[in-house]
Design a protein around this ligand. Sequence first.
Ligand code: ADP
Length: 482
Amino acid sequence: MKILLASSEVHPYSKTGGLADMVGALAKALAHAGHEAAIVTPLYRGLREKFPDMRHVDWYLNLPMGSRMVEAQLWSLEPQPGLTIYFVDQPGYFDRAGIYHEANISYLDNAERFIFFSKCVAHLARYLPWRPDLVHVHDWQVGLVPALMVQQHREGWIKPPPTCLTIHNLAYQGVFAPDTFNLTNLPEEFFGIEGAEFYGQLNCLKAGIAFADRITTVSPRYAREITTEEFGCGLDGFLRNRQGKLTGILNGVDYGDWTTTKNRFLKASYSAARIRGKERNKLVLQHEMGLPMSPKTPLFGTVSRLAEQKGVDIQLGALEEMLSTGLQFVLLGSGSPLFERAYLDLARRYPTQVAVRIGFNEGLSHRIEAGCDFYLMPSHFEPCGLNQMYSLRYGTIPVVRAVGGLDDSVVDYTASAELADGIKFREYTAVALAKAIRKALALYENPTLFRHYRRNAMSVDFSWERTVEDYLRVYRGAVGAA
Ligand code: ADP
């Protein structure tokens, strides 16, 4: 099949979270499986310098944005056979210090930036000589693409390919003031209750849900959760009405990047059979973070956006209680200044037990996954979550709240003593998390059982080779129906 993907972030070109990992890995896996994939993504600052093989495409885009026209150029890169990345070069929109915000303040023209980007995607879907069989868009930033394609169809595009929308996080919908709808140049009827309108505002994700032929989300449990009031973020009813075209597919892991052997970010290689290297990575991490180098002290870690979703409040509460046991905790993250300050404050009060790095650091994220004994992920909700899956491969036992993809990817002792590879808790409270940490400490004190968990964890397979088949089934269903 020929699949055109579109996303505002794609690893290794740009990344703020799991969306980038997923789109980059899915496209690679499609190409690897013998299909043809292309991705459209913005050309952010510095990319041409970082990827000098990028080629200028002899094609100028000039698209209406309300009453004016906006131009863009196109660059391309072929990182592997069967995979092309198209970069939309519009310096006014994308040559900036951040992807969505600077200093925690969202760009005021985000609606305009991503409406324009969506128009470029719809335009390429129609005019690329390569002719995709299906267009797969990801999250609100490209949520308007299916609607734009429907309109192009009405205006004479005889057989547009079907579309698939993946919701990576329903909490981010791209909701903007109603007058931004004018920038779409879509007829007014698209701004109705069955379309892009949401309590009088423009909702880009809702437009995608309304007009895409298929909808997927990134874990089976989250697919069920988002049709409930608790997790539906105001769109549960709208999604319930479209349940027939909604599928949950657990994200895969790119084990080429997330590997414990020959990983450029790690000091020592290791495997389930040769675990000594993990112990060395633990000491290296303790040293790097400025904590006492102590092989016997249980070391917990987290790498995360510091947002409410990630369970920061209960994590801070549980740590306050559990630090009295002597455990160590390391955190890499950035996000809400309030949460950043709270973690920095914890580190100041417990300098020999807690170390915090604020920022985005790919290498350190691997070293935390590799060096820790346990990984904490007490999310309030979690569409899929990747770090718990990275932890499993790195032999770092995840302690997770049983929601969304966390519930789908971690096996607790109560579910199967034989296959157990992590610790789960249900209630969203600091007390419940502290209890789960206490279980982790008990496990740590039982080397035989701990080894059993580690072996299970490291042998679980979330590779994309399997996941890609699930997506192909969805694609074929959409193409068949079309
Ligand atoms: P989300 O997409 O909600 O942020 P996921 O667990 O799905 O959460 O994916 C997060 C991805 O972003 C992982 O690859 C994780 O390692 C990475 N990440 C998050 N914060 C940081 C950070 N501060 N530095 C480096 N990588 C980070």
